[in-house]
Design a protein around this ligand. Structure first.
Ligand code: ARG
Length: 560
């Protein structure tokens, strides 16, 4: 709100050369408190006005006036603004009271659609840590986008096609056992797939057999298709268990294979644009000018590949949704692939190619090394989630044995711990997998935030707080840091979406909970004067922490 007030007032003063949006974007929050609550740097104005930034700040400062502003001070080229405590407190609490779960919403995404490609595990393979990262980051971005007004479409682009399925079919025909696959599909299929690779080292003919089965699949051979469908359905069933634990749903689950009969149109389009070139029997799009290696479209044996399917899927998605942004939440080892896709779409003159964005993330490391499925040492995600839930349950059992619905609370706490462990880091960084770190219920974890929410709920209940008669007119010096933190929530949501960085919200929540706990320690909330007014602040805190956790995809039990 104060950012909008400031931008509006400055835009009236600065005239046409600087738009209100530009001014808004340039408003800063000073790192040091003594520099004020907001600051506007005047350096970029200097050339236009042919004055020094210092002079401009000195001239503009006295003209800025609003009830929200306590003091406006020019300091070395900056306009520093201090907010009026009383007015801001009342204004903030009133706003949270009326907006509740809509607090922090924006309208800049209204009328726009964001398509998010997330999760995308591969059938017949375990759901990896990388897929977990994609799932939770993508889901948080989707929630943030919605809070900014966008319509979102979450697509789970299952890896259900490629030459590896020829190998898998061959392996199943040689060593597969129906009953074992039925009872434990992913583990069993993985086992025979690994065996295929091992035996192929000794016996290279196997590779040919695998190729043969892939050809059969490509040509819709009945047996091949039936087996493949079975593997797919069984895998999806396993993945669904994970999605259910995580509490995540998709708008569309559509695998790579869906595009098989649609790729010809893409290849024709590339031909019409004279983009296809022959290279050692394969068809490629050269990207020398773009400084990239060629993008492979069809292999020498005529089979299509990953890139061709992604191009086709992108074109299809634009046709269905006319998206304003298409986000691909995929590990950074696929950076080159997505650069190539974007460039090829650009060469096809699709204006929306520039709205295709690879939202990359780092690896999940185990003792400093990449966790890999092939070494067979992968920690199974489902087990991680179950262990986290179990741990939460033991904890609840200890602290609150009387609690109703222990199972549900344990799920929310355990799963929340796993999600937060991922989202609290900048997504581009690698994350060290540590079950014990995730599950510490003190420190920078989800349970720490959830506990703060529980504490707030319990205060509200004990104080018989009623939001309908709440009084936001709190006058309490100790509450100021917490109020200011509540106040910046909308800005954090905006920045987190615009920079595709959910960790901004995670870090914000840790500081919010810290300030709340500090207030709780120093102030006897349920005693003395202004009791209901203090509870209004507690209520405000409860709304914002719950909303913030929800944006990250984490639930907040009222009791735990
Ligand atoms: N299934 C792929 C993998 O596990 C990820 C797919 C990502 N999405 C995409 N549109 N390419 O590596």
């Amino acid at each position: 709100m104060e950012k909008h007030v400031l931008a509006l007032q400055l835009s009236h003063m600065l005239g046409e050369k600087f738009t209100r949006e530009w001014i808004y974007e340039n408003i800063e929050v000073p790192k040091q408190e003594r520099m004020g609550d907001l600051a506007f740097p005047c350096f970029k104005l200097a050339p236009a006005f042919r004055k020094s930034p210092q002079e401009i700040a000195r001239e503009l400062s006295p003209q800025l006036k609003h009830d929200l502003f306590e003091r406006v001070q020019p300091v070395s080229g900056y306009i520093n603004i201090f907010l009026n405590q009383e007015f801001t407190t009342e204004h903030t609490l009133k706003q949270i009271l009326t907006e509740r779960a809509s607090y922090g919403m924006h309208r800049f995404g209204e009328g726009k659609t964001v398509v998010i490609d997330l999760s995308a595990p591969n059938i017949a393979k375990p759901f990896s840590m990388g897929h977990l990262r994609s799932t939770v980051i993508g889901n948080a971005l989707s929630n943030l986008a919605e809070h900014c007004g966008y319509k979102t479409v979450k697509i789970n682009y299952i890896g259900d096609y490629g030459t590896q399925f020829g190998k898998l079919l061959a392996a199943y025909k040689m060593w597969g056992d129906e009953e074992s696959v039925k009872s434990n599909p992913i583990a069993e299929l993985k086992k025979i797939y690994v065996r295929f690779h091992e035996e192929a080292k000794e016996n290279p003919e196997l590779i040919e057999t695998g190729r043969g089965w892939f050809k059969k699949l490509e040509h819709q051979d009945e047996e091949a298709v039936t087996l493949w469908k079975w593997f797919k359905d069984a895998s999806l069933e396993e993945f669904d268990k994970i999605y259910e634990l995580l509490g995540i749903e998709f708008d569309l689950t559509r695998g790579e294979a869906y595009y098989n009969d649609k790729m010809k149109a893409t290849i024709d389009l590339l031909k019409r644009h004279h983009l296809l070139a022959e290279s050692e029997g394969a068809q490629v799009v050269h990207l020398d000018k773009e400084g990239l290696p060629p993008c492979l479209i069809t292999k020498s044996d005529g089979t299509t590949i990953y890139a061709t399917r992604d191009l086709t899927a992108a074109i299809d998605r634009y046709g269905s949704y006319s998206f304003d942004e298409a986000l691909y939440v995929v590990g950074h080892e696929q950076s080159l692939h997505f650069q190539q896709i974007k460039q090829v779409l650009g060469k096809l003159h699709f204006p929306w190619a520039q709205d295709v964005k690879h939202i990359s993330f780092g690896m999940m490391l185990q003792d400093g090394a990449k966790m890999s499925t092939r070494r067979g040492k992968t920690i199974l995600l489902e087990n991680v989630l179950k262990e986290a839930i179990q741990h939460a349950k033991v904890n609840i059992e200890e602290k609150n044995p009387e609690l109703e619905n222990k199972e549900e609370a344990a799920r929310q706490v355990g799963v929340g711990a796993v999600i937060f462990h991922d989202l609290k880091n900048d997504r581009r960084n690698d994350v060290e997998f540590s079950l014990s770190d995730m599950l510490t219920f003190e420190g920078n974890t989800a349970p720490y935030l959830q506990y703060a929410f529980v504490r707030a709920c319990s205060l509200l209940q004990k104080g018989a707080f009623d939001p309908y008669t709440a009084d936001p007119d709190l006058n309490d010096e100790n509450a100021w840091p917490l109020i200011k933190q509540l106040r910046v929530f909308p800005q954090i949501v905006e920045a987190a979406y615009k920079e595709y960085d959910p960790s901004k919200v995670a870090k914000y929540l840790l500081e919010l909970a810290r300030l709340f706990n500090q207030y709780y320690t120093h102030t006897k909330i349920l005693e003395g004067e202004q009791l209901q007014k203090k509870l209004t602040l507690v209520y405000g805190f409860s709304i914002v922490i719950k909303k913030g956790l929800h944006l990250l995809g984490i639930e907040a039990p009222k009791k735990m």
